[in-house]
Design a protein around this ligand. Structure first.
Ligand code: THU
Length: 138
């Protein structure tokens, strides 16, 4: 599959940040890169596990938290253009339900999710294909 150069660059950065994952319990390293609409910088995250297990943060939630933290206080709500997720698995690893719900706060109709492993990008979905009915209060 021929992916756009911009997406390949995000994939490369997601691979790099994946290598900084703190995953001593599962040994399952995950990296994520998030592109916001109208923002050139890519926001990166990796999974950060915890001895309690429950306090573990997934790569996607780390990346979106970083994106929000870097937004200026006066700018409007960030909108995700696309998310790249890289894991060490032969088959594509979509974001877990918790991450999908958290990402849903910031997606738009066309937001894409690219899934890859350490060798290549494997597949892409629209966010709405992965989570057609996210919880929302409005
Ligand atoms: N993990 C992620 O980083 N993203 C997901 O969407 C699913 C799971 C992490 C959490 C944990 O550190 C490891 O993968 C195994 O579940």
């Amino acid at each position: 599959m021929n992916w756009e150069p911009e997406v390949m660059q995000a994939y490369k950065l997601a691979c790099e940040v994946r290598m900084r994952a703190y995953a001593p319990y599962s040994k399952f390293l995950v990296g994520s890169a998030i592109k916001l609409v109208g923002v050139d910088e890519l926001f990166l995250g990796c999974n950060v596990e915890n001895a309690s297990f429950g306090a573990t943060l997934c790569a996607e939630r780390t990346a979106i938290s970083s994106a929000v933290a870097k937004q200026s206080a006066t700018s409007s709500k960030p909108k995700i253009d696309y998310v790249v997720v890289v894991a060490n698995s032969d088959k594509p690893t979509p974001p877990c339900g918790l991450c999908l719900q958290m990402l849903s706060e910031f997606v738009h109709k066309e937001t894409k999710v690219y899934l890859g492993n350490s060798t290549t990008l494997l597949k892409s979905y629209t966010f709405l294909e992965l989570m057609p009915y996210p919880f929302d209060t409005f």
